[in-house]
Design a protein around this ligand. Sequence first.
Ligand code: PMP
Length: 331
Amino acid sequence: MSTRDGFVGAIGNTPLIALPKLSAALGRTILAKAEFLNPGGSVKDRAAKAIVEDAEARGALTPGGTIVEGTAGNTGIALALIAAARGYRAIIAIPDDQSQEKIAMLRTFGADVRVVPAVPFANPENYYHVARRIAEQIPGALWADQFNNTANRGAHYATTGPEIWNALDGKLDAFVAAAGTGGTLAGTAAYLKERDPRIRTAVCDPYGSSLYAHVKCGTLDTEGDSNLEGIGIKRITENFRDARVDDAIRVNDRSAVEMAYWLLREEGLYAGGSSALNVVGAARLARSLPEGSAVATILCDGGDRYRSRLWNPEWLAENDCLPTARDLDFL
Ligand code: PMP
C-alpha cells in the first residue's frame, strides 16, 4: 500500500470486482469497476480531475478561479470537491428532475447551485446552455463542458482502460457501458481496442436516448423514456464522436431496477440505476459470447444518491417499477 496525495490523488485505481453469483449463473465472468469507491463517490471524479488539470495546464484556470458546469449531479459533486481541495469556487447548474440527494450534496459541498427547469437541449434554458452563459459572464471562469471537452474521454483512456486491462492481464472479451457524455465508454474502449482490437465494445442505452439508433442505423431516433439519471443522450458529443463501439444494447428501466435489487440481495453491491443498467447490458452481451468469456462494465455510483427514488418503494410503485423478479428471470 502507498499513500495518495489529497482528494485528487485518491481518484482512480478502484477495484475491478468479479461478480461471483452472476458469473456462475451465466457461465461467463462479469467484472464491475467499482467507481462508487472514488473519493467523490462516482466515475465522474476521473473526468473532473482531468478537466481541471487540463485547464490548469493551459492557464484557463488560475488560483482562486471559478469552475462552472452543467451536470446531472456527479460531475458537479466531483468538481465541488476538487474546488474545495484546490481553492476554486464551483457554480453548478442542475436540472430539477435529478435526485434531491445529489442537489443537497452539492449545497453541502459548498457549490453555488442553480437548479433549472428540466427542458430539452434545444431550449436555451437547458442546464447546459445556462452553465455556458454563467461562465461567459464571469471573467476568467472555466466552463468545464464535460460533453465536448475531450479531457473527459482522455481521463478514461489514460486510467480506466489501463486499470481494467492490467487487472485482467489482457484477458478480456468485451466491455460495455452506458453513456451520458460518452467519456467513460469512448475513452475506455479506445484504450482496450488499441491493446486488443478483438475486444468487443457496446453501449447499453436506456429508452429515450439516441445512441442505440445511432450505433444500429446511424440515426438519432428515440423511443420511449427513462427515469435513470446521468445516462442517455439525444445528440453526439465530442466525447462520443468516433467512439470505437461495435454494438448497442437497449435496456429498459424495469430490468435495471430488477438488477439493482438483485445486485444488493445477491452480491452485496448497493449501486445506482446506471450501474445496474450496465450490469444488465454486460450480462446480455456475455450470453452472446462463448462460455468462459470475460465481460467488464462500470458501477458508476452508489445507491445512497438515489434513496428517495430507486431505493424507495413508494417512488418505484408510482413509476410502475417495483421489482418482482425471482432470481435472474428478467435477463
Ligand atoms: N452514470 C451516472 C450516474 C452518471 O452520473 C454518469 C455521468 N453523467 C454516467 C453514468 C455516464 O458517464 P459518462 O458521462 O462518462 O458517459
